[in-house]
Design a protein around this ligand. Structure first.
Ligand code: PLP
Length: 319
């Protein structure tokens, strides 16, 4: 499996142009840049599904043959990949089955059903939902869509970084939250092509460090998966995205779930930007390791805004 090329990313941009508006890149005088020279937020939480993953799902569905599309797609996800596939399947008229771990974020489950997908709740974690999704796909002859080992998802997600470097060409550091690694891998590919001086820094929760430790070890490792931040909750590294990150990533840091919650509160109160935990993790990295960003022109990826009411209450209490 090969990572997408810049040509693939430009093709994805043409596919997405009539379907998605570019997301805003904003700076807020009320948001402290710390020792960074400047701080901008890329607001992927404003996407129609509330997260950047919409770019990947639409690109993947657009690239399927008519026969594959008629058979449909199966995904497994804690929420935003699910919404992305359900939304893309609705746009392209394809059947869609989503396997979510039991007791999913109710807002995300509701959105998956609202986009017309069939929702199956199975297993305690993402890693238990996966084999069940494989079984359904094999049994029904549907296309299983991995959360990260999919070049088309990477190509679609990479369009966010083309936008970013057009909106703020002087960005010299971009911080990207990681679960499966499609966002950070996409950032590495695009930065290498159009902004070679820009550092890509990945961040994951200390409670689910599999992607970070896979990157540090140079091989795929499994780790406990206990973070509250759904988008960051994976228990193992993914081959395709890890290979790209091995080449292109400048640094990979871990933050606590508490730091993520504080960053969510800060974004809500100081910038009136609503993020879910994963969507605030990049700011948490800047707050946890300020010295690493001294003098840098930093872009923080606010990857998603699908926070549950309980999560928002907790964030406001912490703030
Ligand atoms: C999925 C997700 C991430 C992590 O993205 P990967 O491409 O899986 O690494 C980060 N933030 C949000 C909101 C997500 O939904």
């Amino acid at each position: 499996m090969r990572p997408p090329t810049l040509t693939d990313v430009l093709r994805a941009r043409r596919i997405l142009a009539p379907l998605l508006a570019p997301t805003p890149l904003r700076s807020y005088p009320t948001l402290d840049p710390g020792p960074a020279a400047s701080l901008v937020l890329k607001l992927e939480n404003t996407q129609p599904t509330g997260a950047f993953k919409v770019r990947g799902g639409l690109t993947l569905l657009a690239g399927l043959s008519d026969v594959e599309r008629a058979r449909g797609v199966v995904g497994y996800s804690t929420g935003n990949h699910a919404q992305s596939l359900a939304h893309a399947a609705a746009v392209f008229g394809a059947p869609c089955v989503i396997v979510m771990p039991e007791h999913p974020n109710p807002g995300k489950a509701k959105a998956v059903r609202a986009w017309g997908a069939e929702l199956v709740e199975y297993g305690a974690t993402f890693d238990e939902a996966r084999p069940h999704a494989e079984k359904i796909a094999a049994g029904r002859g549907m296309r299983l869509v991995s959360a990260a080992n999919e070049p088309a998802l990477l190509a679609g997600v990479a369009t966010a970084y083309l936008e970013l470097f057009e909106q703020a060409p002087d960005t010299d550091t971009v911080i990207v939250p990681v679960g499966g690694g499609s966002g950070a891998a996409a950032a590495c590919l695009v930065a290498a092509a159009v902004a070679p001086g820009c550092r890509v820094v990945a961040v994951q929760s200390r409670e689910s460090p599999a992607a970070c430790e896979s990157w540090r070890a140079g091989e795929l490792v499994e780790r406990p998966n206990r973070t509250r931040a759904e988008g960051l909750a994976t228990g193992s590294g993914f081959d395709l995205t890890q290979r790209v990150m091995r080449e292109g990533l400048h640094d990979f840091v871990l933050v606590s779930d508490e730091a993520i919650t504080s960053a969510q509160a800060e974004l809500l109160v100081d910038a009136h930007v609503l993020t879910e935990g994963a969507g605030a993790a990049a700011l948490a990295a800047l707050r946890t390791y300020p010295e690493r960003f001294e003098g840098r022109r930093v872009a923080v990826m606010c990857t998603g805004g699908n926070a549950s009411p309980g999560e928002l209450r907790a964030a406001l209490q912490a703030g």
